[in-house]
Design a protein around this ligand. Structure first.
Ligand SMILES: [Zn+2]
Length: 269
């Protein structure tokens, strides 16, 4: 005998992971897990180096349901600060190309008209840089329906994953996720509710092989003692942040202005 085929370290790791986490954490806790889902997706991170410990059990449909939305968020999160080396520039153009290919109309939706640029300057009290035409101002619109739905679906999964991680509980079918998101302009303008700070006082350790990843992705969190509710505030580079409120009973969520309530996925069988 010479060699014997083994499962390989990666496959073995996955098998053990799925044994420890036998149910998908995204569709109410009734479906067996088949795959590991990286949340946030690897595509959001430089060189695909995602934080250790952020793997989640998923069924196949749940694993696939956010792929195109993750590409949108991966692109948005790289808008600020601007890529400062060749690798990052390449990753950014790859993300833009993927979005153009998989999300038709989305890039067009983000274009800002002269009127919108003028409104933005006024709203945030920004001086027009001298000699710069309004059409050259560095703003993009993120309020269109395509961008909004991509971020909402991304947030839906992100907050179910973080809820699972920090409570060891799968959000049940009747659970809900309320999402609101803020662009960097809104964050700078203090539009994130101040009362959140004391609630979301937990800070996770986000690293891979001792490399700190918090400049790319970072969040604060808080969980109630009975583990029924949690709040998360996630930052994606310096581009935007998403606020998520998770409750094991969607009907208990008091809807704040402009928030969307989503629920665990339900796949047709
Ligand atoms: Zn599922």
């Amino acid at each position: 005998m010479e060699y014997i085929r083994t499962m390989g370290a990666r496959k073995q790791h996955r098998k053990q992971f799925l044994q420890r986490h036998p149910l998908c954490c995204f569709c109410g806790g009734e479906t067996p897990s088949m795959e590991t889902d990286h949340i946030p997706a690897r595509v959001l991170f430089d060189q695909r180096q995602w934080p250790e410990g952020y793997e989640f059990p998923a069924c196949k449909p749940c694993n696939r349901i956010s792929r195109h939305d993750e590409q949108v968020v991966a692109m948005l999160s790289r808008l600020y600060p601007e890529a400062d080396n060749a690798d990052k520039k390449k990753e950014f153009s790859e993300r833009v190309r993927a979005v153009a290919h998989n999300n038709p109309g989305l890039l067009e939706e983000m274009r800002v008209s002269t009127d919108q640029a003028q409104d933005t300057l006024k709203k945030y009290n920004i001086q027009t840089p001298e000699g710069l035409a309004l059409s050259d101002l560095p703003f993009l619109s993120v309020k269109g329906p395509l961008v909004s739905s991509a971020v909402a679906n991304f947030g839906r999964k992100l907050f179910m994953a973080l809820y699972y991680k920090h409570t060891n509980k799968i959000l049940p079918r009747e659970g809900g996720i309320a999402i609101r998101w803020y662009s960097n302009l809104q964050v700078e303008n203090g539009e994130i509710p101040g009362e959140l700070a004391p609630l979301a006082s937990g800070f996770p350790n986000l690293e891979r092989s001792n490399m700190d990843l918090s400049e790319q992705f970072f969040y604060r969190f808080g969980v109630t003692d009975n583990l029924k509710a949690a709040v998360f505030l996630a930052f994606f580079r310096q581009s935007f942040s998403i606020l998520g409120y998770v409750n094991a009973k969607a009907v208990d969520i008091q809807l704040t202005e402009n928030a969307t309530i989503l629920q665990p996925y339900q796949h047709k069988t």
